[in-house]
Design a protein around this ligand. Structure first.
Ligand SMILES: Nc1nc2c(c(=O)[nH]1)N[C@H]1C(S)=C(S)[C@@H](COP(=O)(O)OP(=O)(O)OC[C@H]3O[C@@H](n4cnc5c(=O)[nH]c(N)nc54)[C@H](O)[C@@H]3O)O[C@H]1N2
Ligand SMILES: Nc1nc2c(c(=O)[nH]1)N[C@H]1C(S)=C(S)[C@@H](COP(=O)(O)OP(=O)(O)OC[C@H]3O[C@@H](n4cnc5c(=O)[nH]c(N)nc54)[C@H](O)[C@@H]3O)O[C@H]1N2
Ligand SMILES: [Mo]
Length: 874
């Protein structure tokens, strides 16, 4: 153990422990890093060693799996992802906002809707350049505009977009610091964070198996259960070599190698041979995007026919099985959901479907997911989600080795964030010291994030549910409206999470909504100049978490839980401040500072974090500061915690689910009562190729015009919109590909046959298009993707050629469906949709739009901030 853990620190260097992770929730740090600093500059970032100041045996009570003659133990160092190691590139990115900025053609004196000199020129958002202004001027404009708007329309005319992922900050809150200020000021409209990661489970599975609050299966001790009991793992839309990077680190990678060593078979079901499949799969079963529902239906058809499912279990644990069986066997609609029926829809041959169904039924099988993949974030995602649950139920869900296992984040011990009741396992929790808003803090009025463009462009809308991202199932039966009774329409937007365009549904609509004359004022606060910030009238500079003091808790690594104060590594760049400090400055301008802060200073809040962390009795503040971190020892008896659905499996009467019947509902009681005629989310899950909300399958008329299905996974080389400025990663061809014009294009994967049919060669610049717009990308021709499917990671920086129409940066979300999951479910539908692709004539485009090509917004193209500054300014 020992001091030599700091061995890389060279003379004159200082080493600081920092949580460099990206989910933006106070206590959801994952893997501490060590940051070496010299002369006020970050030199390098590296993993932290748990045993730097602690003796593992004496202080940490290490956990261990001893299974089938093999042992698996946590590593003694943190398993940080490449993004953390490379984070100094983010801190020193050329795209950093270094001072407050104002859009050149925005004049706050202009009347609403005014254009030309002295006007607001909202139509130019996304096109105009910026000038530097002082902090005083910026805050003056913002506070005056806020008060003018409040007087004119009432405070609810201000939409606050203030949630999502980002740097993990607690006292310095990366999002939502204004949620405590705005009620003091008079009110506002809250943009509701949605169950983005788990739309299908949330809008679908809750009606099947409950699992509040998020609709995914219970996770305690499942990784041990897999090791002890599983014979087969079905990785269904899961890439545990990629998505743990964004959240948890590299433990799932180690575990997957170990599972292979134990002889557990791994089958991957996904349209692409993803990064995990490439190294762990015993077999890859390619399926067409967003057609999993057909595949699950056929699997259950085989089981009903062969009688290879757990009939006794269903008798005591489920309701509505007969109704489901009638649909599957064709008694309801005259169409039996046979493997042959499914094959033409999902692209998997009937022979393979039968073999898969029989192998699944004959082996102890768990389904492994990350969050479920884009397959549960597409049109009608409620159906594949519920049908996967049904497959598990038919094989005795909760039996040893039969569960839904979430391999990123939580699988080892529990699901600590959502189920944060005190457990024998001490999970540090920093919610109380968090200065940002929490999704479950209620606010009226509010608007679901997915409906923001529609509300602004159409002036009104309605929806069901969405009180918050953690609302219970019953909330989905409450009807809500925009504008809400007594509330104003939206006339101003404040965003501290400006990644709507590149991360949400129908991104081009969002651009048009922000250009609408109704939106009289828009301001953003952000560390980097990119995406929605490029639409704002005023942009405020935020610092990165290496430039401020804070406190952190790591609970996601799957190894050990940590608590540590965080000391500033370097001084803030330029004139940047933390989000919390910025809101304090605004509160001061509005005369609300004392009320806002409750007279607590930042150092006091940091100490308060320790006090309320649930670990204050385990380590004193002095010792914590002295040692620099605290490793929470593993609780004895952790392996006895019930595994997944174990208790429900053993005794459903005394351990009911949160469904109305307490049982697994093949036919949902709640949906039947509230939406009996909903064809897009029927009480019994179905195959829905199209409906009034979506026409996104090859079975539709649109499918003849746009003949390819698009998947957009979570980016391997970034976390959504974060990390694109890490230049080191851009040398990798699946990250960026240099076009003939030197611009670094986002790659799109195509099968050689798909490319050949369209005369496209590897490396060509291509246009991906449909009726919602066009996105440029560079062709990556590979057999790792099915024919007829194209794959492009979401999150690339928006670099508009024509804002709202053509994008050069690869921001695929500009053309994903604008509509929500289905008629009565307002989730986002962002993958598994139709498009066409063709080779781009770059010269012609350049002739047509010379200005756009002279002014790239995307710092991956090189110029960074300078590209958007009006002549002569910095
Ligand atoms: N096509 C497609 N789209 C998808 C998905 C998909 O599968 N396919 N998945 C969806 C899912 S599951 C999710 S969760 C969403 C995620 O979407 P988002 O959560 O919107 O994505 P992020 O880019 O991680 O973060 C939000 C913003 O916070 C900013 N930020 C980071 N740190 C700070 C800070 O300290 N202060 C401030 N003010 N800002 C900061 C980031 O730069 C970014 O602009 O994307 C969804 N979009
Ligand atoms: N590196 C990185 N890590 C991340 C994130 C990130 O942006 N980058 N984001 C974080 C967040 S917020 C979340 S929610 C999680 C998401 O974690 P996941 O939901 O697990 O991740 P995805 O990349 O959306 O999807 C996983 C795999 O699903 C497969 N897939 C795509 N479409 C389909 C389909 O229609 N059917 C089937 N069967 N498979 C399909 C692809 O092979 C893909 O690799 O990741 C987290 N971790
Ligand atoms: Mo997510």
């Amino acid at each position: 153990m020992a001091e030599d853990r700091a061995r890389n620190s060279k003379s004159g260097e200082k080493t600081l422990i920092r949580d460099i992770s990206f989910c933006g929730v106070p206590e959801n740090g994952s893997n501490a890093s060590m940051v070496d600093v010299k002369d006020g500059k970050i030199i390098r970032i590296r993993p932290m060693h748990y045993d730097w100041k602690y003796d593992p045996e004496k202080d940490m009570n290490p956990w261990k799996f001893d299974v089938r003659g093999s042992t698996f133990e946590p590593s003694m160092k943190t398993l940080i992802p490449p993004y953390s190691i490379a984070y100094k590139k983010r801190v020193y990115s050329p795209a950093r906002v270094r001072f407050p900025m104002k859009r050149v053609d925005f004049d706050p004196g202009g009347a609403p809707g005014s254009t030309g000199p002295g006007g607001r020129n909202t139509q130019n958002r996304g096109k105009s350049k910026y000038v530097r202004i002082s902090w005083d001027e910026a805050l003056d404009i913002i506070s005056k505009e806020m008060n003018r708007l409040k007087e004119t329309y009432g405070p609810t005319c201000l939409l606050y977009q203030c949630d999502q992922h980002g740097e993990n900050k607690v006292v310095q809150a990366c999002h939502g610091a204004g949620r405590k200020l705005l009620p003091l000021w008079g009110g506002y409209t809250l943009q509701i964070r949605q169950p983005d990661s788990w739309e299908g489970w949330w809008w679908g599975s809750k009606h099947f198996w409950g699992c509040e609050p998020v609709g995914q299966g219970k996770q305690s001790n499942l990784l041990l259960d897999v090791a002890e009991n599983c014979e087969l793992l079905l990785f269904w839309g899961c890439d545990q070599e990629t998505t743990p990077w964004g959240w948890q680190g590299q433990l799932p990678s180690r575990l997957s190698y170990w599972y292979s060593e134990l002889g557990i078979k791994q089958i991957y079901v996904c349209p692409d041979l993803n990064y995990a499949a490439a190294v762990h799969a015993d077999r890859w079963i390619p399926v067409l995007p967003n057609t999993d529902a057909a595949l699950y239906l056929a699997i259950t058809y085989v089981w009903f026919k062969d009688g290879t499912y757990d009939k006794d279990y269903l008798k005591t644990h489920a309701v509505g099985v007969e109704t489901y069986e009638a649909y599957v066997m064709g008694e309801e609609d005259g169409v039996a959901k046979t493997p042959e029926w499914a094959a033409t829809r999902c692209g998997v041959s009937a022979r393979v479907i039968k073999a898969l169904a029989r192998e699944w039924a004959s082996k102890r099988t768990s389904v492994v997911i990350g969050n479920g993949g884009p397959g549960i974030r597409g049109p009608y995602a409620t159906e594949p989600a519920r049908l996967q649950n049904i497959c598990l139920a038919m094989q005795g869900l909760g039996k040893p080795g039969v569960n839904q296992v979430k391999m990123i984040e939580w699988g080892l011990f529990d699901f600590p964030d959502q189920y944060a009741q005190p457990k024998p396992l001490r999970v540090p929790n920093l919610r109380k010291a968090y200065t940002g808003g929490h999704p479950s803090d209620k606010n009226d009025p509010s608007l679901p994030k997915t409906l923001v463009p529609k509300a602004i462009l159409e002036g009104s809308c309605d929806w069901w549910g969405c009180e918050s991202e953690t609302a219970p199932r019953e909330d989905q039966f409450i009807h809500r409206f925009y504008p809400a009774e007594g509330a104003s329409k939206i006339h101003a937007v404040w965003t501290d999470s400006p990644s709507w365009i590149t991360c949400w549904n129908g991104g081009n609509d969002y651009v048009r909504a922000m250009q609408h004359p109704d939106i009289e004022f828009m301001w953003a606060q952000h560390p980097w100049l990119e995406n929605d910030a490029l639409l704002a009238d005023i942009i405020l500079p935020v610092n990165t978490k290496l430039e401020e003091d804070d406190i952190a808790a790591d609970i996601f690594s799957g190894q050990y839980n940590l608590l540590y104060p965080e000391n500033k590594c370097v001084e803030p760049l330029g004139e940047s401040f933390s989000d919390y400090e910025i809101v304090c400055m605004l509160a001061d301008k509005l005369g609300l500072l004392e009320e806002y802060t409750g007279s607590k200073s930042i150092p006091e809040l940091i100490k308060y974090g320790w006090e309320t962390s649930r670990c204050a009795d385990l380590i004193s503040w002095e010792e914590l500061k002295d040692k620099g971190y605290f490793v929470v020892p593993t609780a004895d008896g952790w392996e006895k915690e019930p595994r997944g659905f174990q208790k429900f499996y053993e005794d459903p009467k005394n351990n009911p689910l949160t469904t109305p019947t307490g049982l697994l509902e093949f036919e949902s009681t709640g949906l039947k009562e509230h939406f009996p005629d909903d064809k897009e989310r029927p009480p019994v899950p179905k195959w829905i190729p199209s409906g009034i909300t979506h026409q996104e399958t090859l079975e539709t008329e649109r499918g003849k015009k746009y003949t390819l299905l698009v998947i957009s996974n979570h980016p391997r080389w970034s976390v959504h919109s974060q990390h694109e400025d890490i230049t080191w990663l851009r040398e990798i061809p699946t990250c960026k590909i240099k076009g003939p014009d030197g611009y670094q294009y986002h790659p799109v994967w195509l099968h050689p046959s798909t490319a050949a049919e369209r005369g496209i060669a590897d490396g060509d610049v291509v246009s991906i298009y449909n009726d919602r717009g066009t996105v440029l990308a560079a062709a990556y021709v590979t057999e790792r993707i099915m024919p007829g499917v194209i794959y492009i990671d979401h999150g690339a920086k928006w670099d508009p050629i024509v804002p709202g129409e053509i994008d050069r940066g690869g921001a695929i979300n500009t053309i994903v469906p604008r509509n929500v999951t289905s008629k009565n479910a307002v989730g986002h539908a962002v993958s598994g949709f139709l498009a066409e692709i063709e080779k781009t004539d770059l010269d012609e485009l350049k002739r047509k739009y010379p200005d756009a090509f002279n002014r790239p917004f995307n710092p991956t193209a090189g110029p960074g901030l300078d590209a958007v500054m009006a002549g002569g300014e910095e």
